[in-house]
Design a protein around this ligand. Structure first.
Ligand code: B12
Ligand code: SF4
Length: 555
């Protein structure tokens, strides 16, 4: 007997009594974060570019309508369930989807993704998912948790071929870059080559995101990175689209939606120097022509600070914020990450960005396990002092200090797994993979509880309530600008930075407070205690903390 899904597939293929079948609908869902964390605030005003690019590719297909539901940016106008999340039952009644796709780019959202995939599958709707979580064993895991087809790698071409297969116009096994179950066993088709011709892709269409209010627009022109940091999932050499392509995204967003705030998601801004300089010039000319000032954030490496011409061009092009992966002020940790930087240079480089007028967002990882064979011990308390001193000296405006996450497919995860240090997913599931929770046995003499308390301490001390009073003081001190009449630009820059920082730090205090509250509500301490016991049992004779790195083989 045919299953409901097969019948739906057939129905998709058929025509209704000779008439062309109704248009079909693909719904792409960006699953909700498991709990409030320091990214939730930004997730409420932005969306994920990857699934949107995939949706836009489908939008161009004949006979298909597409919508994107971003559960992290979902306003009151959309139907909600009693937990305040999008009500998919109601959405299906309102606008039934024929196929549903999921964004699996953030591992912490995977349990929600599986919950939704099972929900749709139970209703006979074919499901698919893509994103950076789907590597190695996670592909089979997804296929056993409600996902019919996993898309491996970039999805813009694959999705079209998949939908043709759903329409019966193509054989599924001839589509590169996918995995599915055959007789209960996962089958992977041949690898798909990474995209190189970005000009053939349509410009991401943000109007496809329903019920969302976007204020920060993600745009990009680079895929891949090539730096191979040990903990990172972004692999493969960088592939570039031309600056005109990015300009097209930015200008169309400004002209159609009045967008002024952009996040260039490219991992390493400025890698292709000449093209980046050209992009900055194009940005400057456009803003001058339409008399607008954009606020653009980029992710950039510290060592680019040595390029004074680039920094000047970036400022002129409207780049106000630089997000920099400092990762750690501890030399041994930087080495273990393959970061190719040293802490002394990092401070002077950061100050170059500061002097050039950028607001610096510093991204840090606390308690990164040292490479095997290196003898190094530092208690958590001393590390906290190192971090705090470094942040102060490097003149960083805003910070995020997270714990190392053994992300799927990274060398870091392979190293820890080999050492049997990662707590089992049975106790500490994917929902904890967001950088806020200890997920493996840390280096001695630290304990998992200590490393978690340390990030709370650093963040809690950085973002404080009293910054609110400083905002008042800033306003009162505004007339001081009078003394800068000889150089009003410098005076304004100084005042603005202090004012903006106090606003950010007070806002940060509110976010960190909610984040701590979410921690407290969670059952994590009990689960961690259980995870430690289970791991302890699998390592006979080994204590709950990891042995000193001077003797890694003793495990
Ligand atoms: C912008 C960004 C953010 C933004 C927005 C995140 C978002 N996307 O919603 C913010 C700042 C909020 C953020 C936060 C975090 N991020 Co982030 N972020 C990025 C970044 C730099 C760019 C994402 C992007 O737009 N890529 C470009 C698009 C085109 O690529 P893509 O997303 O992979 O999409 C393609 C395919 O995957 C596929 N695809 C994707 N979805 C779908 C869906 C379907 C149906 C199909 C068919 C295909 C498909 O097709 C797409 C187009 O080709 C990436 C790095 C990177 N280069 O990807 C990290 C990255 C996604 N972040 C990462 C992490 C870990 C985090 C944090 C945990 C912080 C941290 N420790 O670094 C937090 C998450 C908090 C939480 N709750 O979990 C990791 C995720 C790895 C993982 N397995 O979880 C990445 C990959 C970076 C890394 N260090 O490895 N991040
Ligand atoms: S952390 Fe940044 S620089 Fe390092 S590999 Fe990932 S994207 Fe590239």
């Amino acid at each position: 007997m045919k299953g409901q899904k097969e019948m739906i597939m057939e129905e998709l293929i058929e025509t209704e009594q000779g008439r062309p079948r109704k248009r079909r609908r693909l719904r792409i869902v960006i699953p909700a974060y498991p709990a409030f964390n320091i990214y939730s605030a930004v997730a409420r005003i932005t969306t994920a570019l990857g699934p949107l690019s995939v949706a836009t590719a489908v939008h161009e297909m004949e006979g298909w309508d597409v919508e994107v539901i971003d559960e992290n940016n979902y306003r009151r106008s959309g139907p909600k369930n009693t937990s305040g999340l999008p009500d998919h039952e109601a959405l299906q009644k309102l606008r039934p989807a024929d196929v549903v796709g999921f964004y699996g780019g953030l591992t912490s959202t995977i349990p929600r993704l599986y919950e939704l995939a099972r929900f749709y599958r139970e209703r006979g709707v074919p499901t698919m998912a893509g994103g950076q979580h789907f590597v190695e064993d996670n592909i089979a895991e997804a296929l056993h948790n409600g996902v019919d087809v996993v898309v491996i790698g970039e999805g813009e071409e694959t999705i079209k071929e998949l939908l043709w297969a759903f329409e019966g116009k193509r054989q599924r096994n001839s589509i590169p870059g996918i995995a599915y179950l055959e007789d209960g066993q996962p089958v992977k088709t041949q690898e798909r080559n990474p995209l190189t011709d970005f000009d053939s892709l349509p410009i991401p269409d943000f109007s496809l995101v329903r019920y969302a209010k976007l204020r920060l627009y993600p745009v990009g022109r680079v895929r891949g990175c090539g730096m191979d940091c040990e903990f990172c999932t972004v692999k493969g050499r960088a592939r570039y689209a031309g600056p005109e392509r990015l300009m097209e995204q930015i200008t169309s967003l400004f002209e159609t939606r009045g967008a002024k705030r952009f996040f260039i998601v490219d991992d390493l801004f400025g890698q292709d120097r000449l093209e980046t300089l050209r992009l900055c010039r194009l940005l400057k000319e456009y803003q001058r022509r339409v008399r607008v000032r954009f606020k653009i954030t980029v992710q950039i490496r510290l060592d680019k600070a040595r390029d004074a011409e680039l920094l000047r061009a970036m400022r002129e092009g409207g780049i106000a914020h630089v997000a920099i992966g400092f990762e750690s002020p501890i030399r041994e940790e930087l080495k273990a990450m393959d970061k190719r930087l040293n802490p002394e240079d990092m401070i002077s480089l950061s100050r170059l960005y500061y002097r050039a007028g950028f607001l610096i967002h510093g991204m840090f990882i606390f308690g990164y396990p040292i490479a095997e064979g290196v003898s190094f011990r530092m208690p958590a308390k001393e590390r906290v002092q190192h971090f705090r001193r470094f942040i102060r000296r490097a003149k960083i405006d805003t910070v995020q200090v997270l714990l190392p996450v053994p992300l799927p497919g990274t060398e870091f995860t392979h190293r820890l797994r080999q050492q049997n240090r990662i707590y089992s997913k049975d106790q500490l599931g994917w929902e904890y993979y967001d950088g806020n929770f200890p997920l493996f046995v840390p280096d001695e003499p630290m304990t998992p509880e200590e490393i978690q308390a340390s990030i709370c301490l650093i963040m809690g001390r950085f973002y404080r309530f009293w910054h609110m009073f400083h905002i008042g003081l800033n306003i009162l001190s505004f007339p001081i600008l009078f003394f800068y009449l000889h150089n009003l630009k410098a005076g304004w820059g100084k005042w603005y930075r202090a004012w903006k920082n106090n606003i950010n730090r007070f806002g940060g205090w509110l976010i960190v407070r909610r984040w701590f509250a979410a921690f407290k509500k969670d059952d994590f301490p009990r689960k961690l205690a259980e995870a430690k016991k289970v791991l302890g049992r699998s390592l006979p004779g080994v204590s709950e903390t990891w042995p000193s790195h001077s003797s890694p083989s003793s495990t």
